[in-house]
Design a protein around this ligand. Structure first.
Ligand code: ADP
Ligand code: MG
Length: 240
């Protein structure tokens, strides 16, 4: 569903992604970990072309992401993204936040958008917050709204960039639970997170990055119990 084939990316002279090769199949959950500055966010952002690649091939559903002929809006409609900070519209209610893109981008009716929004709000466990404003919600609830907003576009792929790193510890679990449920329903997910229990429970694979390279790719049990690469071992000893 997503393939990186010898992908390189530079920011000016800075080589941020180095010959990335990675294939993510439909329904797979891939967790990306690695030190700060290793290129995790950049790699994720290339998938929906928030960043463009310098060379190599990157395809989503067999469509070359960086091809001039690619309909970028169509590509992005199919890929939901959840960030560390939630970026909800403060002056819109929770329901309005979720309804906005389906109405504007998919052109569905207000009525249908409302039903869809209510459905996903229920799914993330806060149907009672429909008419609240983001500031009236906890961080964990706001992040769940952000996930519902992504799901309301009915994407094939969901990207998560450190979705729990800005949350107070007691709110991390409720967001991870929503993500776990999504994973178990078969959503294709790429998740940058250092939450090991989440990774162990739902990830099909761990991708460890360092200095712009994929250093190691392994199933979670192998990676956490017995990483092959020295750099992965050092990294794990720091975060665990
Ligand atoms: P990670 O998510 O693993 O922390 P990033 O992908 O955010 O890493 O960043 C990788 C490297 O690229 C960092 O050294 C960062 O400073 C640099 N970088 C990120 N975005 C830009 C940019 N827009 N211009 C120049 N350098 C950038
Ligand atoms: Mg990052």
């Amino acid at each position: 569903m997503i393939t990186f084939d010898k992908v390189d990316k530079f920011y000016g002279d800075f080589h941020v992604l180095k010959e990335i090769n990675l294939t993510i199949n439909q329904g797979e959950v891939v967790v990306v970990i690695g030190p700060s500055g290793s290129g995790k966010s950049t790699m994720l952002r290339c998938i929906n072309r928030l960043e463009s690649i310098t060379s190599g091939s990157l395809t989503v559903n067999n469509v070359e992401v960086n091809d001039k002929k690619t309909d970028i809006n169509k590509l992005r409609r199919n890929i939901g993204m959840v960030f560390q900070h939630f970026y909800l519209y403060p002056h819109k209610t929770v329901l309005q936040n979720i309804m906005l893109a389906p109405i504007k981008v998919l052109g569905i009716s207000e009525k249908e958008a409302k039903e869809t929004a209510e459905f996903y709000l229920k799914k993330v466990g806060i149907p009672d917050k429909a008419n609240s404003y983001p500031s009236q919600l906890s961080g964990g609830q706001q992040q769940r709204v952000a996930i519902a907003r992504g799901l309301a576009m009915k994407p094939d792929i969901m990207l998560f960039d450190e979705p729990t790193s800005a949350l107070d510890p007691e709110m991390i679990g409720e967001v991870l639970d929503v993500m776990k449920a999504l994973a178990k329903e078969g959503m294709t997910m790429v998740v940058v997170t250092h939450e090991m229990n989440f990774a162990k429970e739902v990830a099909d694979r761990i991708v460890f990055m360092d200095q712009g390279e994929i250093v190691e790719e392994a199933i979670p049990a192998e990676f956490y119990e017995n990483p092959r690469e020295e750099r992965a071992r050092i990294f794990l000893s720091r975060i665990l």
